[in-house]
Ligand binder design. Structure first.
Ligand SMILES: [Zn+2]
Length: 257
């Protein structure tokens, strides 16, 4: 598999070959731009696809033939919208994992407790989730993860082990921060595009053909109508004899330290 280390090795080989060609055939030194550019493109593409495991490993699905799937929610807790999602999950008696943003938890402490009391998993989705999240230093990223874990522990008494990178971007610095906090990066293999598509049925139609044994579905509980998508999804899973299990069971890893 093409990883960051393999890319560096390829760059090194290319630079050596180009160096020989420049020396032997008097090629322009500017031709070195090509291997460097190639390297940079691979780095950016690798970082933008979590499932590529380019800079660090992320679990994006489970290897199984059993008809089991997990449902995950990012960017909460988010007041009324999260409450509506919780109500549907309760009605169907289904567990889920909530990847929460640390700074949002401060104003939603009782809601976070309610999520945990209902038997769902609370996981870490950074503290700020800001637009420039991936450009921060390793030290800052370590703080982002730590602070969120501390905030969560104060409320539910447990330290999360699951972390989901904001925007699904994987950088070397984030990999170091995840390792430093002894966390596990968890991605998804079913993206619903629920933050851009406004119609609940259309969102569900995007999800439906992708459902396979071992799938991890990504939804956002902050999005209006998320509860409608969840209901459509749970009806479909039931009709097709799928069982929804929580993430710790699906990937066989503990959710808390
Ligand atoms: Zn997010």
């Amino acid at each position: 598999m093409l990883t960051h280390r393999v890319n560096i090795l390829v760059l090194f080989i290319f630079l050596l070959v180009f160096g020989v060609l420049i020396y032997t055939y008097k090629w322009s030194v500017a031709t070195l731009t090509f291997p460097v550019l190639f390297f940079a493109i691979i780095e950016v593409v690798g970082a933008s696809k979590l499932s590529a495991n380019f800079h660090f490993n992320s679990i994006c699905k489970a290897k199984t033939n059993e008809k089991i799937v997990s449902i995950t929610f990012d960017d909460g807790p988010h007041g009324e919208a999260t409450e509506k999602v919780l109500a549907v999950l309760k009605e169907y008696n289904v567990p889920a994992t909530f990847f929460c943003i640390g700074k949002k938890i401060k104003n939603e402490t009782s809601l976070l407790k309610k999520i945990e009391d209902a038997g769902h998993i609370i996981a870490n989705h950074s503290y700020t989730h800001n637009n420039l999240f991936d450009l921060q230093s390793t030290t800052k990223l370590i703080e982002e993860l730590e602070l969120t874990n501390i905030t969560i522990k104060k409320i539910i008494g447990k330290t999360p082990l699951f972390f989901r990178p904001p925007y699904g971007v994987a950088t070397p610095a984030l990999g170091r921060a995840i390792r430093k906090n002894n966390m596990v990066s968890v991605g998804w293999n079913i993206r619903s595009f629920d933050t851009s598509i406004k119609n609940s049925e259309k969102i569900f139609e995007k999800i439906k053909p992708q459902i396979k044994p071992g799938s991890i579905v990504l939804l956002h509980d902050r999005v209006e109508g998320c509860d409608i998508v969840v209901r459509l999804l749970l009806n479909y899973l039931k009709e097709n004899h799928y069982t929804v299990v929580n993430l710790d069971k699906l990937i066989n890893q503990p959710a808390y330290a």
